[in-house]
Design a protein around this ligand. Structure first.
Ligand SMILES: *[C@@H]1O[C@H](CO)[C@@H](O)[C@H](O)[C@H]1NC(C)=O
Ligand SMILES: *[C@@H]1O[C@H](CO)[C@@H](O)[C@H](O)[C@H]1NC(C)=O
Ligand SMILES: *[C@@H]1O[C@H](CO)[C@@H](O)[C@H](O)[C@H]1NC(C)=O
Ligand SMILES: *[C@@H]1O[C@H](CO)[C@@H](O)[C@H](O)[C@H]1NC(C)=O
Length: 389
């Protein structure tokens, strides 16, 4: 703060144009120095939880914490599943395991064990642990929901749990192609469901396609009831390059919903292949999603700066846009984008280096008397830390 106002006085008191190049190079130098500092601080990944300041302190509509004790009850505490009188909801995720003998050559650290609670994980079983915790959260918060895992027919997933189905789909699941394959698998899955449905085997079952590094902590049936006419729902955030996150796509389980959602995803796939095949393997689908939406003339991208859900017709598909802050909340990133945690957050997304925090959060929730709100404090307070996986 102080440095900032000193700069302002300095800037006001000198002729701008003369000094500007110099100032820029000073700023550049400072940037370089702080980048060096970052490097010097290595190794900066932690193998234990590090609680820091919680973002959003003092904001009335954000979770307030005292240590890991929540001062506010979040929506979950009052949410009772009896209130769900709607249709069945299933969660669908794409998951595959990789041949670990190949990993050993690439990454010698593969033998390293990571410990959370009283369990340790190597590189192979930690990704399975994420999948299991994904299922654990759903079974704790939306216990009537099913989980469907779309996977490579050649991978034998050791997941045997109630209300969990493994659905093999032929395809190319290499790491480089995984995001592309994921959209293909979603499309094939919807085709299968449409066939079953037309054979009269279906009750209405909505689908939520998600990454497996998310924790469902609130009722995801509500928006299907509140917005009865959408076909497909996406999550948006105020981010120019990547306003849409591909980690959460909901589809209404009616014939019309599934047909329109399938057509929409086919368009995204087409754009992905024709424009973004060279994008980094993680981003192509998000860029393609954004392209398909923004290419509608009637679409105003300023809607992404708003906080409320909104509907828009995209080539005949009625798309519901849901705010990431509630439906796809990520522990604070560098910019502290969301200024703390809203009290009605429903989905926490443990992107990137936050995977370990997902295991820690579940361990905290399941092995203590903590409730979901307290667990959210743990996440909020340690979300800026980088962990070792
Ligand atoms: C959350 O808790 C804080 C601290 O007790 C309180 O000041 C604030 O009003 C609460 N917010 C809501 C929305 O209940
Ligand atoms: C993993 O790769 C090795 C070497 O290519 C191969 O011998 C082995 O059968 C593969 N294992 C699995 C489970 O695919
Ligand atoms: C994961 O694998 C390692 C090495 O085989 C083993 O020691 C560990 O107990 C496994 N962890 C779990 C949770 O199964
Ligand atoms: C690990 O912790 C869980 C929960 O605290 C407990 O139920 C279980 O018995 C523990 N297992 C071992 C091997 O200590």
């Amino acid at each position: 703060m102080r440095a900032c106002s000193r700069w302002r006085i300095f800037l006001l008191s000198v002729p701008m144009i003369f000094f500007l190049p110099h100032i820029l190079s000073v700023l550049k130098l400072q940037e370089d120095l702080s980048a060096q500092n970052l490097h010097r601080d290595k190794p900066k990944k932690f193998d234990h939880l590090v609680l820091g300041a919680a973002a959003g302190v003092g904001l009335p509509d954000r979770l307030q914490c005292e240590g890991t004790r929540a001062l506010n009850r979040t929506q979950f505490s009052t949410f009772s599943e009896n209130s769900i009188n709607g249709d069945q909801i299933s969660f669908v995720t794409v998951f595959t395991t990789y041949n670990s003998s190949l990993d050993v050559q690439i990454d010698r650290k593969v033998i390293d064990l990571v410990t959370v609670g009283n369990k340790s994980y190597n590189k192979v079983n930690r990704s399975l642990a994420i999948l299991n915790v994904f299922i654990d959260f759903i079974q704790a918060t939306m216990s009537h929901s099913k989980v469907i895992i779309l996977t490579d027919p050649s991978s034998e997933l050791p997941v045997h749990r109630n209300r969990v189905t493994i659905h093999p789909i032929q395809g190319e699941y290499s790491r480089d192609r995984l995001m592309l394959q994921r959209i293909r698998s979603y499309i094939v899955f919807l085709e299968t469901r449409l066939e079953e449905y037309s054979l009269g085997k279906g009750q209405i079952n909505h689908y939520i396609f998600t990454d497996s590094d998310i924790a469902v902590i609130g009722d995801l049936g509500q928006f299907f009831r509140d917005y009865p006419n959408f076909h497909l729902a996406l999550t948006f955030r105020n981010n120019k390059e990547q306003p849409l996150n591909s980690g959460f796509i909901a589809v209404r389980g009616t014939i019309d919903g599934m047909k329109r959602a399938k057509a929409f995803l086919e368009e995204v796939l087409k754009v992905y292949i024709s424009k973004y095949m060279r994008a980094s393997r993680m981003l192509g689908d998000q860029l393609a999603l954004a392209w398909v939406v923004k290419s509608q003339h009637s679409f105003d991208a300023r809607m992404f700066t708003k906080k409320q859900p909104f509907l828009h017709d995209i080539d005949g598909t009625s798309v519901l846009f849901l705010p990431c802050a509630i439906y796809n909340w990520t522990p604070p990133e560098g910019a502290g984008q969301f200024h703390g945690m809203p009290l009605d957050v429903k989905v926490v997304h443990f992107k990137g280096s936050r995977k370990r925090l997902m295991l820690e959060a579940w361990d905290f929730f399941s092995s203590s008397n903590a409730d979901i709100s307290d667990m959210l404090c743990l996440i909020l307070k340690s979300g800026r830390t980088k962990y070792d996986f």
